[in-house]
Design a protein around this ligand. Structure first.
Ligand SMILES: COc1cc(O)cc(C/C=C(\C)CC/C=C(\C)CC/C=C(\C)CC/C=C(\C)CC/C=C(\C)CC/C=C(\C)CC/C=C(\C)CC/C=C(\C)CC/C=C(\C)CCC=C(C)C)c1O
Ligand SMILES: C[S@@+](CC[C@H](N)C(=O)[O-])C[C@H]1O[C@@H](n2cnc3c(N)ncnc32)[C@H](O)[C@@H]1O
Length: 328
């Protein structure tokens, strides 16, 4: 089927499924938006006017995406500074950890959804470059005393992994965030293998089976239909491809959880006001974290969507979780 036709058919199926599943709760007791069974979307809807949450507020589904858009349009210019200030730079370690676990090889194609100002894509290209340099050094060393493997591989380099070009696509719904990202890339002199695409995680503008790795860092919490975004991730990944999600999760230690709550609700909005002149967006940030499914719930959502070998790693005591799963 031609690509535009496929998109139309998928959209029609999706719309009909959404109408059928109004108010449904899965066997695991979770609603289709991924929140716990008490989700407002599934229990307070009236006559097709479905509600969801925007932080602690209940809003019509159609309004959430607009409100989220406004938040990131407002914070885009101060986004990177705010992240360093709020986390004392710790968000960089979480993002480094994502790359460490991913361990991408030359030739890999990455799609970074909700990629914002490009932090994950930059790290990906940097990681690949250092892998290639390491490979070249290894080759230089072994050319002095070649083993039989070196000799045999020197006869079959044409489709070798190192010859395929790696690429990273940053996809985000918000043009302002992408604009800041592109400026950063220009300043850093990064352009090879990098592209920027405006697109919605719920309806990705890519064909099926395109990417080796799909990442979404601190993005999925903002998406209205998380189940839909997971379906799209599965669709665009190649068979064998990997889905990786970095997101705020549940702090497991009760003492740390209280400190974490105090910091989140008493300090973060104040920093938002002082640095970005925007209390409300940072109040939304901490509230949206509390509404997001915990580690086990999100793992189940990934499995429901069709991912295999789903596992997660807690970072900083569960402040953040890194979920990983594969398309078979
Ligand atoms: C609008 O939407 C958004 C806007 C954005 O700019 C970003 C995002 C998405 C987020 C990222 C890309 C990641 C970077 C952003 C953050 C980490 C901000 C979110 C912050 C939290 C949810 C709070 C927890 C943060 C951490 C545990 C990271 C580490 C932070 C610290 C260690 C800072 C601690 C600060 C101090 C000790 C000095 C200042 C403290 C005070 C004035 C008093 C209050 C202090 C406490 C009550 C103690 C602090 C205790 C903790 C932070 C608990 C630690 C807990 C554990 C280790 C489990 C976006 O969507
Ligand atoms: C907290 S930022 C994360 C940016 C980046 N991944 C990082 O780790 O710094 C969340 C991003 O999600 C994007 N976003 C929200 N809803 C989206 C959607 N439905 N589709 C694509 N991007 C979305 C926002 O525009 C914003 O850039």
């Amino acid at each position: 089927m031609a690509a535009p036709m496929r998109v139309l058919v998928r959209r029609a199926i999706r719309l009909s499924l959404r109408n059928v599943s109004v108010g449904s709760v899965s066997a695991a007791g979770r609603s289709s938006c991924g929140s716990a069974a008490s989700c407002c979307r599934c229990f307070s809807e009236a006559a097709g006017d479905r509600n969801t949450h925007f932080g602690f507020e209940t809003v019509p589904e159609a309004e959430k995406a607009k409100r989220v858009y406004q938040v990131f349009e407002n914070v885009a210019q101060k986004y990177d500074i705010m992240n360093d200030a709020m986390s004392l730079g710790i968000h960089r370690l979480w993002k480094d950890m994502l790359l460490h676990v991913m361990h991408p090889q030359p030739g890999a194609r990455l799609l970074d959804v909700a990629g914002g100002t490009g932090d994950i894509a930059f790290r990906f290209l940097d990681y690949i470059q250092s892998q290639q340099e390491r490979q070249r050094r290894r080759e230089a060393m072994s050319s002095q005393t070649p083993s039989w493997q070196d000799i045999s591989s020197s006869y079959s380099t044409e489709d070798g992994e190192g010859d395929r070009e790696s690429s990273a696509v940053v996809c985000d719904i918000n043009k302002e965030m992408l604009k800041v990202g592109k400026q950063k890339a220009d300043n850093m002199g990064i352009s090879a293998g990098l592209s920027w695409v405006v697109g919605d995680a719920e309806e990705l503008p890519f064909d099926d089976d395109q990417f080796d790795i799909y990442t979404i860092a601190f993005g999925i919490r903002n998406v209205t239909h998380i189940d839909q975004a997971l379906q799209e991730a599965l669709r665009v990944l190649k068979p064998g491809g990997r889905f990786m999600c970095l997101e705020f999760s549940k702090v497991t230690n009760p003492v740390l959880a209280r400190l974490y709550d105090a910091y989140s609700f008493q300090v973060i909005p104040v920093l938002g006001e002082v640095i970005a002149g925007d209390w409300k967006s940072y109040q939304y940030l901490v509230e949206s974290i509390r509404k997001f499914p915990d580690q086990e719930e999100f793992k189940l959502m990934m499995e429901d969507a069709g991912f295999y070998c789903v596992q997660y790693y807690n970072l900083t005591g569960g402040v953040v979780a890194l979920h990983s799963g594969f398309k078979l």
